[in-house]
Ligand binder design. Sequence first.
Ligand code: NAD
Length: 475
Amino acid sequence: MLINGEWVGAEEDEWLPVYNPSTGEKLAEIVNATKKQIDNAVEVACAAFESKEWKGFKPHERGQLLMEMATYIREHADKLSELECLDVGKPMTQARNDIEAAARYFEFYAGAADKLMGDSIPIEDGLLDVTVLEPMGVTAHIIPWNYPIQIMSRSVAAAIATGNAVIVKSAEDTPLTADALAKGFSESKLPKGIFQHVTGLGANAGSYLVSHEGVDQITFTGSVQTGITVMKSAAESVTPVTLELGGKSPNIVFQDADLEKAAEGVKNAIVQNAGQTCSAGSRLLVHSSIKETFVNQLVEKFAALKVGRGIDDPDIGPILNKCQYEKVLSYLELGKKEGKILTGGEPITVEGAGGYYIQPTIIDGVSHDSILAQEEIFGPVLTVFTFEDIEEAIGLANQTEYGLVTGIWTSNVNTAHYTASRVKSGQVFVNNYGAGGGVQMPFGGYKKSGIGREKGFEALNNYVQIKNIAVKYDM
Ligand code: NAD
């Protein structure tokens, strides 16, 4: 862990193993942080935040520090990509894209650091009323295992750009790129204690950190269940939380869509990172008149996908661990009982690899009330539903407790805009899905997909207080 600029090991000799999902081999051991160590990190962050040194950093100088980090990431891109690939199991090309996105977050918020301004508000003659934006103080960032470096970079860069002191708790399964970024920060001109990295189990280190009285803001990215727990504990101290949670996002394919482009988009939206993506397009809603043709196209594409070890850069890597794998397999069993598997549906052995692999799968014929339509499967599994008209499509799209992303595929501008205006999700993509990552686009959820927005200028609001100052002057 990086606490107060020092590398810190386990206090009570409690180390946690980290495995390579592609092979099952042990990669590293991390500290299961004690309460004392978390107390220390929070105390250090409070002092660093209040220090003259950090307050003396001008906004553009904070920006320069972030730009230095972007350069660090680019200079170490090969090593970082390999670490992310080994740690998460994701194919090398996808790991490289994640490293590029991480650098882009640092660049984006580096540029924003000196462009965040308050207002002047006209009240009356003889009174100057202004708002100033001040940092929150100590911000805690809880990171999930599926996109570690991207998710960490997007909130950490925004929090430092706005002048906060940051504590990151990486996911116990995938802490390696957080550790590598900690090294970058420790070698930069950032004052000690403005960036710290702690590790450990969510139920110990994570839970203790988010309930700490010294923490002024929490950004949590992870599952709905843990998000609710975090929010409840934050309520005790009235600490603001940004929650980036799960999804069950639909791709809606209308009969006038370019079917080849739509099939490619629908496939990519579910197989990226083996479907272990919050914004995975896990439901296909397709017009009944084109269902057969479209689904046949998809089956062909799925059957051609290569599953393998991340390092060999296949289309689909392994599932993170045994627990996740068994969860996905139980959904597949349910799919066989309730409906029909059109392709895939089985675990798969990859030669020379000890990880947990699953065939890319399409399930048809289940009811939209089924948990296959309602719950995040977090595997390369697409479930198909049909609709007869636009209202039915919108109704189905909105019929889950999530609301993260919607894909709309049509050549009719009215269909596109009307559907976009009616779906309840934080992002809508028309004739594409994801727009290449979208560092600049606000991202977050309706309903149980979360509270607040990450990415883009919007995210900066998570990390500032607004202070109104009214100055009366004599005339
Ligand atoms: P998770 O909720 O199990 O864990 C996320 C993080 O929370 C980990 O660091 C974990 O250690 C920590 N944690 C666990 N219990 C905690 C507690 N009581 N208090 C504080 N921290 C605790 O989620 P996961 O399995 O790592 O990630 C997968 C989930 O994350 C999926 O639901 C996915 O959709 C979601 N996700 C959302 C986004 C988004 O931006 N909306 C992005 C990626 C993943």
